[in-house]
Write a protein that binds this ligand. Structure first.
Ligand SMILES: [Fe+2]
Length: 347
């Protein structure tokens, strides 16, 4: 490996109602609003949009962002992706120091990428590429934010150009022609109404009080289901530069991985034969200092949650709370602080 993976940069979810999901993240989960980006990735008339992205920074972590994506026309690539695979995490992005080398390395090793070329923004130096989701269980984006003083804009957390966003859309087309997945797609609800005219105001116009009532300490981990665990772990180690953190949990076929330069964030991979048919299962784990208070707040705000037994997990923690998936937009779990430190010691 000739390049270095620096940190988890952002993750992107695709949902049918980005505004509602955005509001929930700000009010309940303590994310902070950065901006709204409307894009025409090809399926809207000139001057109209077919895709929007809310960009929010993570709770207590202004250097990382969540992108909440919604397709605005039935023809838009993100609406079609949603129809086929359901809502949830679309990709996790890792910042690298030299994406040209990363790209070259991966091409030499015949790693399947969504495009034969890097997505580049000549003005800011922002460069990206996307790795097929068969390797890890979700699409992985590699992103280089540049380091020259003339490129300071691109180094800002959550900075994306319209071309970067629509570049992704263009490279996604092939994924909607997979006949093997048709049956599964048919079973998913595809009845969202066609949006004829998109008014920017509809999406910008909200007055959210940043109540942050759950007071999460931070986002800690992405929990991903992989069809072939050993292959995914080898890929994460050899290509992306992750390290195994603790002894894998054999009974659940579960492995915790981390980056040397970003040791407080984790990928947990678990084997699941069906994983390729339900990529939207990937979960986020956030930490809380006070699980009892969190439960009280959830009840007070009428947010459904389910306690989940985690005793068999490689985390080595007692339990976690799974939040109502509709409200969050993807599986979102809360766990008590410092459990990962515990599991480090025990591992
Ligand atoms: Fe991205």
């Amino acid at each position: 490996m000739n390049f270095q993976s620096l940190k988890i940069d952002h993750y992107t979810i695709i949902v049918p109602d980005a505004k509602a999901v955005c509001q929930f993240h700000i009010q309940a989960l303590g994310f902070k609003y950065l901006r709204l980006q409307m894009i025409n990735a090809g399926s809207a008339k000139p001057g109209k949009y077919d895709m929007l992205n809310y960009i929010l920074t993570w709770p207590n972590d202004p250097d990382r962002v969540l992108v909440i994506t919604e397709g605005l026309t039935q023809e838009s690539i993100f609406q079609r992706y949603l129809n086929q695979y359901g809502q949830g995490i679309h990709h996790i992005a890792i910042q690298v120091d030299d994406i040209e080398k990363a790209f070259e390395d991966m091409q030499k090793q015949h790693i399947q990428l969504t495009s034969d070329e890097l997505i580049r923004d000549p003005l800011t130096g922002l460069k990206q590429c996307f790795i097929d989701r068969s390797y890890l269980g979700v699409f992985v984006e590699l992103i280089e934010r540049g380091n020259s003083v003339f490129q300071s804009e691109a180094q800002k957390p959550g900075f994306f150009t319209k071309d970067n966003m629509s570049g992704l859309a263009v490279t996604m087309h092939d994924y909607l022609r997979d006949k093997r997945l048709k049956d599964h797609a048919d079973s998913l609800n595809s009845s969202q109404e066609l949006i004829q005219e998109t008014s920017l105001k509809n999406y910008e116009d909200f007055h959210i009080t940043e109540t942050d009532y759950l007071k999460l300490s931070t986002l800690r981990c992405f929990y991903i289901f992989s069809k072939a665990l050993n292959n995914s772990v080898e890929f994460a180690k050899n290509i992306l530069g992750f390290q195994k953190l603790v002894q894998e949990n054999q009974s659940k076929r579960e492995v915790i991985l981390t980056l040397t330069k970003d040791p407080e964030h984790y990928l947990v991979l678990q084997e699941d034969q069906e994983a390729s048919l339900k990529p939207s299962l990937s979960r986020v784990f956030a930490e809380t200092n006070d699980p009892k208070e969190v439960q009280k707040q959830l009840q007070a705000h009428n947010i459904d949650f389910t306690p989940v037994d985690m005793k068999q997990s490689a985390f080595g923690l007692e339990s976690a709370l799974a939040l109502n998936e509709k409200a969050v937009g993807y599986p979102f779990y809360l766990m008590k602080n410092s459990v990962t430190q515990e599991s480090k010691r025990h591992g």
